[in-house]
Write a protein that binds this ligand. Structure first.
Ligand code: MN
Length: 257
């Protein structure tokens, strides 16, 4: 019998909302079967205990403690629950800022929450964060600069759509980037992705928010994103898949717990 724990992943889905699918438990089993190293992000710290319970015996699924910026308007007070659970996790997300028209009204509260999240992470050390930055890349980077030194934690910018200058600033801060199928569909974002350093790239699905043929994309379908990324970068799919796995390992080594 092989030791399942030693089996390396085939793919990386560094941002997926497993708990928003109707078949959460089956999806965890699927990630293990297909060997997709999956970061199960959450949108409220109230979801933390149940997610941990379901993923407790999983080989390839890890859970991130989150407080989504789009929920901060109603859930700002839950930041204290976030702080209470933080010692139990290495992974944090989904957190960040959203300055889109639907959420702009809560922007000041989002900034307060994100600052507390970053400061708590800096105090604990060794956390890996998956960060949302819709229409707020500059503000997100400024807060990271101010409150989370690179030697106290590591940020993965999820679905990053900032400018080329903001991307360079993020690279200088030590950030990684997780890329999804939707980003690869946009010519503007494809151009941005082509300019990112190859050793900072990860892949994600952001399911169930990203759909394919009218249904939520599943973690194993991150393979399609790897293929698209490979084409964009002029590499074989196997080479890109391997590079992403190496990048994940590097990210974790660079962030000693
Ligand atoms: Mn998300």
């Amino acid at each position: 019998m092989t030791n399942a724990r030693r089996e390396p992943p085939n793919w990386v889905d560094f941002h997926c909302h497993l708990d928003l699918y109707p078949d959460h438990a089956a999806l965890i089993a699927e990630c293990d079967r297909e060997r997709v190293a999956t970061l199960a992000v959450t949108t409220t710290p109230k979801a933390w205990p149940r997610n941990c319970e379901l993923s407790a015996t999983s080989v390839h699924v890890r859970v991130a403690l989150g407080l989504h910026p789009q929920l901060v308007a109603e859930r700002e007070a839950e930041v204290s629950l976030f702080e209470r659970y933080l010692a139990e996790t290495r992974y944090v997300g989904e957190v960040g800022l959203d300055a889109g028209p639907r959420f702009y009204r809560s922007f000041a509260a989002q900034e307060r929450v994100f600052d507390r999240v970053l400061r708590a992470c800096a105090e604990h050390g060794g956390k890996v964060l998956t960060v949302h930055s819709v229409r707020a890349a500059g503000k997100v980077l400024a807060q990271i600069e101010r409150s989370l030194p690179a030697d106290r934690g590591r940020v993965v910018l999820h679905w990053f759509t900032g400018t080329a200058a903001e991307a360079r600033r993020a690279v200088a801060l030590g950030c990684f980037f997780s890329v999804n199928a939707e980003m690869l569909r946009s010519p503007k974002h494809r151009q941005l992705l082509a300019a990112l350093p190859a050793d900072r790239l990860l892949t994600e699905t952001d399911g169930p928010f990203v759909e394919r043929d009218g249904r939520p994309v599943r973690p194993k379908e991150v393979a399609d994103t790897v293929a698209l990324l490979a084409t964009l970068r002029g590499e074989s799919t196997a080479a890109t898949a391997q590079a992403v796995i190496v990048n994940l390992r590097t990210l974790l080594v660079k962030t000693p717990a």
